[in-house]
Design a protein around this ligand. Structure first.
Ligand code: C5P
Length: 269
C-alpha cells in the first residue's frame, strides 16, 4: 500500500509575505499585489461517496460561525457538480487546524482542497484552467490556494505567476485569538497607494496593517511581541489579519505566547 490516501487532501495555510493594496475598484474589491506562500501546516479534508452532500467538521478550530451549507467546502462541491454535471455526491470530513477569519486563508484553502479532491475522485474531468476559474468564483484567495505554492498575485489576487523560492523558510505565526472578518478590514483601508511590490518581498509591506490595527488593536501588541523574539529577521501581518508572522533565523528557543493567543511554528512548502 503506498502512503498516499486518494480520499485525502491537505489544505495548507496561506500566508501573504507582502500585501500591497493599489486601488479600490468600482465593484468594491481592491486591486492588489501580493506574495502568497503556503505552510507545512493546515486543514485536512477527506471525502467518500455518499447518497447526498454532507460535511462534518472536527479539530481544534472546528467552531466555525454560520451554517454548514454556507461552508466553502460545500459551495465548492455545488459549483463542481453544476459545472461537470457529475451526479455522485460525497461526504466530507474536514479536520480544522487553521483558525477562522485569521488572515491564513482557512476557508479558501478548504474550498481549494475540495476542488482538487473532487476532481481527482471523479477522474479529473476539469483541466487546471477551468478549476482556477471555478476557484476564482468562490473567493479571491481560492485560485492561489488551489495551486498552494509560492505565487505573486495581482488583480484581486486571482491573476497569478510564480513567486520567490522560499521553501523551507521558518516562520512563527501568531494571532491574538480574535476573529477579524476580511471585508471590514479592506473597507477601512485609507485609500493611499504606497506603490507596488518590488523585486524583494522583504522590502515590502502589508498595507492592511494600519486598518486592521484600528479594528483590532491587539494586532499591534502581537507585532511588538514578535519583534522582541530572538533571531527575528522580519515581522508583518498576513492577509487582512489578525495573524502576524515572524521570519526566524536560526534555532533559538521560543517563549510560549501569552495566554489566549494562538501560535504555531511552521516551515514554508
Ligand atoms: O473574495 P473574498 O470573498 O474572499 O473576499 C471577501 C471580502 O474581502 C470581499 O467581500 C471584499 O470586501 C474584500 N476584498 C477586497 N479586495 C480583494 C479581496 C477581498 O475588497 N482583492
Amino acid at each position: 500500500m503506498s502512503g498516499i490516501d486518494p480520499d485525502f487532501e491537505f489544505a495548507p495555510a496561506k500566508i501573504n509575505l507582502a500585501l500591497h493594496i493599489r486601488r479600490r475598484r468600482e465593484d468594491g474589491y481592491h486591486d492588489l499585489e501580493t506574495v502568497f506562500v503556503f505552510a507545512d501546516f493546515g486543514d485536512r479534508l477527506h471525502a467518500v461517496p455518499a447518497p447526498d452532500w454532507q460535511l462534518q467538521i472536527s479539530g481544534p478550530e472546528a467552531d466555525i460561525p454560520g451554517s454548514l451549507t454556507d461552508n466553502l467546502v460545500l459551495r465548492a462541491a455545488r459549483a463542481f457538480a453544476t459545472t461537470t454535471g457529475i451526479q455522485q455526491c460525497f461526504a466530507f470530513h474536514l479536520h480544522k487546524e487553521i483558525p477562522v477569519a485569521a488572515g491564513l486563508g482557512g476557508g479558501s484553502a478548504d474550498a481549494a482542497a475540495a476542488l482538487r479532491l473532487l476532481n481527482r475522485l471523479t477522474g479529473d474531468p476539469l483541466p487546471m484552467d477551468e478549476l482556477l476559474q471555478m476557484a476564482a468564483s468562490l473567493g479571491s484567495d481560492v485560485p492561489a490556494c488551489l495551486l498552494s505554492r509560492s505565487l505573486i498575485g495581482e488583480g484581486v489576487g486571482d491573476f497569478l505567476r510564480d513567486g520567490p523560492d522560499v521553501a523551507g523558510l521558518s516562520l512563527l505565526l501568531v494571532n491574538p485569538g480574535v476573529a477579524l472578518p476580511v471585508g471590514p478590514v479592506f473597507a477601512a483601508w485609507d485609500g493611499v497607494d504606497l506603490g507596488g511590490l518590488g523585486a524583494d518581498w522583504r522590502q515590502g509591506r502589508n498595507d492592511l496593517e494600519a486598518a486592521a490595527i484600528r479594528l483590532q488593536p491587539k494586532i499591534a501588541t502581537v507585532l511588538d511581541w514578535l519583534r522582541d523574539l530572538p533571531g527575528v529577521e522580519l515581522v508583518r501581518m498576513s492577509g487582512s489579519g489578525a495573524s502576524c508572522f515572524a521570519v526566524l533565523n536560526g534555532d533559538h528557543p521560543l517563549p510560549d505566547a501569552p495566554s489566549g493567543w494562538w501560535w504555531r511554528a511552521v516551515r514554508l512548502i
